[in-house]
Structure formats: C-alpha cells, structure tokens
Design a protein around this ligand. Structure first.
Ligand SMILES: *[C@@H]1O[C@H](CO)[C@@H](O)[C@H](O)[C@H]1NC(C)=O
Ligand SMILES: *[C@@H]1O[C@H](CO)[C@@H](O)[C@H](O)[C@H]1NC(C)=O
Ligand SMILES: *[C@@H]1O[C@H](CO)[C@@H](O)[C@H](O)[C@H]1NC(C)=O
Ligand SMILES: *[C@@H]1O[C@H](CO)[C@@H](O)[C@H](O)[C@H]1NC(C)=O
Ligand SMILES: *[C@@H]1O[C@H](CO)[C@@H](O)[C@H](O)[C@H]1NC(C)=O
Ligand SMILES: *[C@@H]1O[C@H](CO)[C@@H](O)[C@H](O)[C@H]1NC(C)=O
Ligand SMILES: *[C@@H]1O[C@H](CO)[C@@H](O)[C@H](O)[C@H]1NC(C)=O
Ligand SMILES: *[C@@H]1O[C@H](CO)[C@@H](O)[C@H](O)[C@H]1NC(C)=O
Ligand SMILES: *[C@@H]1O[C@H](CO)[C@@H](O)[C@H](O)[C@H]1NC(C)=O
Ligand SMILES: *[C@@H]1O[C@H](CO)[C@@H](O)[C@H](O)[C@H]1NC(C)=O
Ligand SMILES: *[C@@H]1O[C@H](CO)[C@@H](O)[C@H](O)[C@H]1NC(C)=O
Ligand SMILES: *[C@@H]1O[C@H](CO)[C@@H](O)[C@H](O)[C@H]1NC(C)=O
Length: 817
C-alpha cells in the first residue's frame, strides 16, 4: 500500500489542498494499473519493472551509434542516458527522452509498463513498425513520436492515457484505418475533457493551467485521409491543431467554431474543398474562436469566394495563409478590420479586384504576399502605412499606375517584388530610402524614365532586377557600391551611355545588361573579366572588353583614317563588282525605274503587322519538317500561311544557340526596316519573343518566293535532274535585277549598305522569275553614316559565306539557305 500512497503523492506534489475525490480516483486508477495482487511488494517491483522494461526496449531497438551504451547494470537505471526518475521516488521512471539518438527498429511494447511515465519523447529517430499499446501510461502527458517511420494507426489504447496533453505523431507514415476508428480517437479526446473536468485536473496540475500549457494534437506529415470528423469541434479545450501534409478531403467542419480556445489551426497541404458559399461557412462559424491567432489553409482545393465574415475573425488573428488554392473574386474589404494581422499570404489563387480599400489599414503587417493572382488597379499610396512590413510580394498580377512614392515610408522592408505587372511611370526616387532591402524586383512592367541614383547605402541587397521595362538614361554609378549584390539584371531596357567603371567592383555577381543601348568601351577588370557572369548581348554600341565577349575593339585611330581604311577594305572590291554588273545593265538597255518611291523609314513595331509565336507556329504547322524549305547554321526557313495578313510567307527562325545568329537577326532587322526596293526580298515582319517553353525566339517573316533561290537553278540539285533551266535572257534579267538593287543599296537608300554576302543562294526568284536579294544577316552600314555603327566594320572586315562574291574571312554562322 505504501507504494500506491507514495505514487499518489507524487502525482499530487503541487496540490495545495488535497481534493479527496481526486485522490480516490487516482488511487483507484493506480490500483487498476498495478493489479491488487502486487501491492505488497510494489517497492521492489517498481524498480525491476521499469528497469526490465528499459532493458527490453534496448534489446529490441537498433542502436548503431551506441547511444544506449550506458544502459548497463553497473549504473543505476535512473542515471542511464535519456532516463529521468521522479524526484521523490528515485525508482520510478517519469521521463524517457531519446530524441535524436539515431535509434531504429521497433519500439518495444514494454514501454507500456513504465507506469509513471509522463513524458515519452522518441522523436527524431528512425523507429519503424506500429506504435505499441500504451494503455497503462495513465500519467502520460507528453507524447512525441514525430520524425520517425512509424506505420499503421494511432493505437486505440491511447484512449486510456487520459492525461495526454500533447500528441505529436507528425512526420511518420501513419494512416487512419477506418472512420470508426478515427471517431473513436476523437471521442476519447472529448471524453478526456469530461474526465479532466470531473477530476478538477486543472486544480491538480495547477502549474500547467497557470502557465497556459498548450493542448495540441499534431498529426501533420502522415497519410491520414478522409473527412475531418465533425466531433472534433467538441474538444473545446484544444489550443493547437496541425493536420497539415495529409490527404484529408471534404470540407473544413463548421464545428471548429466551437473550439473557443483554439489558437492555431493548420490544415495546409491537404485536399480540403470549398466550392460554394455554404462550404465556406466554417469561416463564419470560426468568428467565435476568439483566441485564434493562426489560420492556415494553403495548398488545398478551396474555390469560390472568401466570405465577408473574414473581417469578423478574432481580433488577435496574426496570420492568414491561403496560398495555392483556386479562390476567386475579390478580397472582402472587411479584412481591413483584422488590425493585428502580421502575415497575409494569398498568393497563387485567382483573386481579382483592387486592394485599395483595405491594404493600408493593416498597419501591423510584416509579410504581405499577393503574387500570382489577377489583382488590378493601383498599388495604393496607403501601402506606405505598413511601416512594419518586411516583405511585400505583389508580382505577377495586373496592378497598374505608378509605383507609389510612399513606399519610401516603409521602415524595414527586406523584400519588394512588384515584377510582372503593368506598372507605369518613373521609379520613384524614394525607393532609394529602402536601404535594408535584400531583394528588389521591378522587372516586366512598363516603367520608364531614368533609374534614380543613390544606392550607395544598400549594404544588404543581393538581388536587384529591373529587366524588361522602358528605362532610359544611364546605369547609376552607385550600383557599384552594392557590396552584397549577387544578381543585377537590367536587360531589355533602353539604357544608354557607357558601362560605369564602378560596376567592376561587383566581384561576386552576375550582371545582365543585355538588350540595351549601351555604348563605348567595356571595362576589362573586376567582374568584367568573367564573360560567363556578365551578359552584354544586344548592345551594338559596345566595344572592347576581354576577348570572350567577342566585341569589336574600340577605335584607337582617328575618325578620318578609319574612314579611309573602310574605303580601301570595303569599297574597292564592292565597286569593282558593281561596275561589272552596271556594264551588263547598260549593254542590254533596260529601263531603270524611279527609286525614290522605294525609300522608307519605317520602324519595326509600328508599321509592321504584329505576329506572335503562336501565329507563326500555326502558320507553319508547328514548324513541321514538311514545311521546312531551307536550313543553315543560323537557323531554318519554313514555308507557311499567315492568317493576318493573309499571305504565303517564308519564316526564318534563328537558331540562337549558334554564335552570331543573334547578331545576324539584329543586323537583318536593322537593314530591312530602313530600306525597300522592288528587287529586295521584302520583309513582312519580325518576331522577337519567347516560345511556349519560355526560350527566346527570334524569326523574320518574308514574302514566300515560289521559285526558290538562284543557286538551285544554276546547280542541278534536284535528284541530279536538270529540271530547272535558265535561258540567256533570264540570266541577264536576273543580273540586271541584282545590279539594280546593289546600286540602290550603295548609293540611293539614304544609308549606304554593304550586303557582305551576295551569292546565288541569297538571290530569290518570285513567280515572275524576278530576282530579289535576300539575307541581310551580315550586312553593314558604312560607319560614317547615320547614328552609332552596328559593330565596327574595320574589325569584322569584309566577310561572307561560302560561295559569296568577294574573298574574305568566313563568318562563324554560315548560311546556305
Ligand atoms: C556501462 O556504461 C558505462 C558508461 O557508459 C561504461 O563506462 C561502462 O563501461 C559500461 N559497462 C559495461 C559492462 O558495458
Ligand atoms: C533497485 O532499487 C534499489 C533501491 O530501491 C537500488 O538500490 C538498486 O540499485 C536498484 N537496482 C538497479 C539495478 O538499479
Ligand atoms: C528532450 O531532450 C531534448 C534535448 O536533448 C530537449 O530539447 C527536449 O525538449 C526534451 N524533450 C522533452 C519532452 O522534454
Ligand atoms: C509488463 O510487466 C508485466 C509484469 O508486471 C509482465 O508480465 C509483462 O510481460 C510486461 N510486459 C512487457 C511488454 O514487457
Ligand atoms: C517533437 O519533437 C520534434 C523533434 O524533436 C520537435 O521538433 C517538436 O517540436 C516536438 N513537438 C513538440 C510539440 O514539442
Ligand atoms: C484501458 O485500461 C483499462 C484498465 O487498465 C483496460 O481494462 C482497458 O482495456 C484499457 N483500454 C484500452 C483501449 O487499452
Ligand atoms: C509539411 O510540408 C512542408 C513542405 O514540405 C514542410 O515545410 C513542413 O515542415 C511539413 N510539416 C509537417 C508537419 O509535416
Ligand atoms: C460532439 O458534437 C456533435 C456535434 O458536432 C454532437 O452531436 C455530439 O453529441 C458531441 N459529442 C460529445 C461527446 O459531446
Ligand atoms: C462541392 O463540394 C462538395 C464536397 O466538398 C461536393 O459534394 C459537391 O458536389 C460540390 N458541389 C459542386 C457544385 O461541385
Ligand atoms: C457563437 O457562439 C454563440 C454562443 O456561444 C452562438 O449563439 C453563436 O451562434 C455562435 N456564432 C457562430 C457564428 O457560430
Ligand atoms: C461582424 O460582427 C458585427 C457585430 O459584432 C456584425 O454587426 C457584422 O454584421 C458582422 N459582419 C459579418 C460580415 O459577419
Ligand atoms: C494610410 O495612409 C493614408 C495616406 O497614404 C492616410 O490618409 C491614412 O490615414 C492612413 N491610414 C491609417 C490607418 O493610418
């Protein structure tokens, strides 16, 4: 009897005034667990039972690291590693904490014999198999079996552990076997409340009820499925529910509204549904959960609209996360009532409407994530009210209007992502007040004007992206002071001027300045020695730099001598060739047409039809082999039929992996948009975009020439059969056509142009056998005309491809179309 009496005092150690009833009940429980017959020798047995249970545990578990090495008879078992005994009764094991011991194998059923155990923490091992029956552990309050590989179900016998406050079995492979079983567990939890009330357990364990111990049921990261039982709503003492990372289906039960003590509900990563307003009723019901602080419903199958009642949720709510559902409609402005909100994450839904009415009211917000939705309207200036905010993620929406200058009021933002919207106007200079930024992304908007300067104090920024806007002016010098930067992306803007030498200081970064209008010499030191880290493509005014950039050297000679150099290298061979053609021309006395009318200064984009990648894919039957009419190393040419304008076309798709292909595209665009002649292959339009897989896609669209190119007429290529014949008249007429267009290019097109690759395969024949000159992939303007030269002629020299008319270096990108 002594042991039982001792035991009950142990259990009641913090009782101020004994509660007779309680003692009696506990006593009877103990009697039950020990069995009446063993009472006399309880002192001896207690020692041995616990010890043998532990030894049994050790014998069954795998202990590869020898963590249980101290579990031997030469030491008292209360001193064994991970074992704690009661303070008053040193023989009774009260806690077994083996977290992170690297143990595996099954958990011995003998653990269920350590009857005074109140803490069992076997978390973070590799225990497998089933959870043993723990029915005798009536004192157990804290059960942590998380981060193991346990299978099967939570044992029914846990229902006997009526003091359990925390069940953490998350991160195992447990699965519910039947609904009946599950409701049994829930009912037990409910039963436990009744039990605790009748025992006045709060009075006994006064310490915990003061301190506000949390009642938690954590089942996250298992294989539970089926509906969440409605009866769980009866467990009104619960403080925390974590059912995340399972496959629960059906609706969130409205009975959760009865969980008055609930502080945190995490149902993330399940397959919970809501499709109509009725299935959102739980949110209305939960307006009664006045202690609710955290509500997480991310990554489920919630559809439909967020109800207005969201604004009536608890006034202490600090976190709402509903990311990755299919929620549509507007965010009810009543959300602005939730003045305690610190985190609001609604990203990856189909939400629309404006955020104007509510966002500025959530003045405690630290984390606002609305990206990947369809929000419209302006980013309101009231966003400056969120002075505590650290993360603002509004990317990939349809926000429009200017970036509010009040963003400068934010006191400690670290992440600001406004990318992929329709924001317009200038980047407000106030953005440079946000010195603690770590990540800034303004890319893919319609921002214009100059980038404000004054970035010198941004000591933490790692990512700075402003790509794909309409920014002009020069790159701020102060970018060079961003010591922590590892990504700077300013590509696809209209930035001009020289690359500031200050940027050489950005040693450990990647810098993308491609597709701008930068000019002058590329710095040669610091980061600019690394051609992998720095992208400068599409800036045709740049020169010099280390050899890996393949840029023309910067001119060291005076303009005048440079000019005469060109004359010698370029003009003499060209004129020689031209005079020959002109001679033919005069001999046959053909009429020259007026050329003035062919002059044009059209710009790509405005006067040319806009075609998308899909238009071209459609017109060429997805660039099928059967539509392929020519192939070269710069790319492939497909025959196709455009819908708008309705015409037969040849689509030249550039193979951008080939060196020079990019340049060839630009060069051809530049040339063809500024010249036009009846003997020039006329361009329908150009298309520079990304394909359906996100890769850069560049193509030129020409009128289709039914008679192919001259080369195939001159050389009998069709199965060795001479199925194409050119009589003398035809040949002369072709020569005249070409002489005519060459004359135009060199003298009359306003901006003298050298084709650089005149050869039969670049001469196309239309249905009337009129010759048209094509392929301006390596054409050059004379350097002394017009604005900045597109690459320096002097460095490239006269060039062309196999078979072309003047000798010279071969271009790396051979084109035999
Ligand atoms: C028992 O454990 C102690 C402590 O780890 C160790 O020093 C001792 O060698 C062990 N005894 C036996 C017999 O394994
Ligand atoms: C069993 O308990 C007694 C005291 O109750 C203690 O002296 C003895 O060392 C214990 N035996 C072992 C093997 O721990
Ligand atoms: C178990 O021990 C670890 C440290 O070894 C401690 O962090 C953890 O809180 C303990 N568990 C319990 C339930 O006391
Ligand atoms: C628990 O202890 C009893 C004796 O009290 C013993 O008969 C039984 O085998 C033990 N169970 C386990 C699983 O060790
Ligand atoms: C259970 O143990 C794991 C791993 O040791 C720990 O991360 C977790 O916080 C514990 N659960 C509770 C509720 O303390
Ligand atoms: C609960 O404990 C009692 C007495 O110890 C026992 O008779 C009963 O079978 C246990 N229930 C379960 C589910 O293990
Ligand atoms: C749920 O999964 C996420 C993502 O894998 C993980 O970060 C989180 O810790 C998991 N939680 C639980 C309780 O399994
Ligand atoms: C639990 O709640 C349901 C309604 O949700 C009710 O029908 C049932 O009687 C309750 N059970 C207990 C044990 O209170
Ligand atoms: C809505 O979802 C419930 C399950 O949550 C389903 O039973 C019902 O058929 C769904 N209704 C519609 C219209 O899809
Ligand atoms: C909130 O609780 C009260 C009584 O406790 C009840 O009358 C009311 O209907 C509940 N509200 C909701 C939305 O469930
Ligand atoms: C919110 O609660 C107030 C009273 O507390 C009530 O007047 C209002 O209608 C409720 N709003 C919603 C949307 O439930
Ligand atoms: C939010 O900011 C606007 C100005 O941007 C101001 O008029 C309004 O009073 C502020 N609201 C709160 C709640 O601070």
């Amino acid at each position: 009897m002594a042991a039982a009496a001792n035991a009950s005092t142990e259990g009641l150690m913090s009782v101020n005034q004994p509660v007779k009833l309680t003692m009696l009940m506990l006593l009877s429980l103990l009697l039950l667990s020990y069995g009446v017959g063993s009472i006399q020798c309880a002192t001896v047995l207690a020692n041995n039972t616990d010890m043998s249970a532990l030894l049994d545990f050790r014998a069954i578990a795998n202990d590869p690291t020898g963590a249980l090495g101290s579990w031997n008879s030469s030491i008292h078992y209360c001193k064994w590693r991970g074992v704690t005994c009661g303070s008053k009764h040193p023989e009774q094991v009260t806690a077994l904490n083996l977290t992170g011991y690297g143990l595996s194998g099954p958990i011995a059923a003998s653990v269920g014999n350590i009857s005074f155990l109140h803490t069992l923490d076997l978390s973070n091992n590799q225990f497998s198999g089933q959870i043993p029956s723990l029915s005798n552990l009536q004192k157990m309050q804290f059960l942590n079996l998380s981060f193991n590989s346990l299978e099967g179900h939570i044992p029914d016998s846990l229902t006997n552990c009526s003091n359990l406050r925390l069940i953490d079995v998350s991160r195992n492979s447990l699965e519910a076997i039947s609904l009946a079983y599950k409701s049994y567990v829930w009912d037990t939890i409910i039963y436990r409340e009744a039990f605790q009330k009748s025992l006045g357990i709060c009075q006994i364990y006064r310490y915990y009820c003061w301190v506000g111990i949390s009642y938690q049921i954590l089942l996250g990261g298992n294989k539970f499925e089926g509906h969440i039982p409605t009866s769980l709503g009866n467990a009104s003492w619960l403080n925390q529910i974590d059912f995340s990372n399972n496959t629960f289906t059906g609706q969130v039960p409205s009975s959760f509204g009865k969980l008055k003590n609930l502080r945190s509900l995490n149902l993330e990563r399940n397959s919970l549904e809501a499709n109509d307003s009725q299935s959102w009723d739980f949110l209305y019901a939960m307006t009664n959960c006045s202690s609710l602080q955290v509500l997480s419903l991310s990554l489920n199958q919630l559809r439909g609209y967020i109800p207005n009642s969201i604004g009536n949720l608890s006034s202490v709510l600090v976190q709402i996360t509903m990311s990755g559902n299919m929620i549509s409609g507007v965010v009810p402005p009543s959300i602005g009532n939730l003045q305690s909100l610190i985190q609001l994450t609604l990203d990856e839904n189909n939400l629309s409407g404006t955020i104007e009415e509510w966002v500025g009211k959530l003045t405690q917000l630290q984390n606002l994530n609305l990206q990947l939705n369809h929000f419209t309207g302006p980013i309101p200036s009231s966003i400056g009210n969120l002075t505590q905010v650290t993360k603002v993620l509004l990317g990939t929406n349809q926000f429009e209007g200017p970036i509010p200058s009040t963003l400068g009021n934010l006191e400690r933002p670290t992440v600001l992502d406004l990318s992929q919207n329709n924001l317009q106007g200038n980047i407000p200079p106030e953005i440079t007040y946000l010195e603690e930024l770590f990540y800034l992304d303004l890319s893919s908007n319609k921002l214009s004007g100059e980038i404000p300067d004054g970035w010198g104090k941004f000591q933490s920024i790692q990512t700075l992206q402003m790509a794909q806007n309409f920014l002009t002016g020069s790159i701020p010098q102060s970018f060079g002071k961003l010591e922590s930067l590892n990504t700077l992306n300013l590509s696809y803007n209209s930035l001009s001027g020289v690359i500031p030498t200050a940027l050489t200081a950005l040693q450990s970064s990647t810098i993308d300045l491609s597709y701008n209008r930068l000019q002058g010499g590329i710095p040669t030191n610091g980061i600019f020695e690394n051609t992998i880290a720095v992208s400068l493509n599409g800036n045709w005014g740049l020169c010099g730099g280390v050899t890996g950039f393949h840029m023309p050297p910067c001119p060291h000679v005076s303009e005048r001598s440079k000019r005469s150099y060109y004359l010698i290298r370029v003009l003499i061979p060209t004129f020689g060739f031209m005079s020959l053609l002109l001679l033919v021309y005069f001999l046959f006395l053909l009429k020259k047409r007026s050329r003035k009318s062919y002059l044009s200064s059209q710009d790509f984009g405005e006067n040319f039809p806009k075609v998308s990648y899909n238009d071209l894919a459609q017109s060429t039957r997805n660039f099928s082999e059967s539509n392929l009419i020519g192939k070269g190393s710069c790319g492939s040419v497909y025959r196709g039929r455009l819908k708008e304008p309705d015409m037969e076309v040849a689509v030249k798709v550039f193979n951008l992996e080939m060196r020079g292909a990019e340049r060839s595209f630009i060069s051809e665009c530049e040339t063809l948009r500024s010249i036009q002649h009846r003997n020039l292959l006329s361009i329908v339009t150009a298309c520079s975009t990304v394909d359906n897989t996100g890769n850069v896609f560049k193509a030129l669209v020409y009128e289709f020439m039914p008679n192919g190119n001259l080369d195939t007429w001159l050389h009998y290529k069709q199965d060795g059969k001479a199925n194409k014949r050119l009589d003398l008249n035809r040949r002369i007429s072709i020569a005249v056509n070409i002489a005519d267009v060459m004359d135009y290019l060199h003298h009359d097109c306003g901006r003298p142009t050298v084709h650089c690759d005149l050869k039969p395969s670049n001469i196309l024949l239309n249905d009337e056998m009129t010759a048209l000159l094509g392929d301006f992939g390596i054409a050059k303007f004379y350097a002394d005309y017009g604005p900045a030269p597109r690459g320096s002629v002097s460095s490239v020299g006269v060039k062309g491809t196999i078979g072309y008319i003047a000798p010279g270096k071969f271009n790396t990108c051979l084109d035999h179309l």
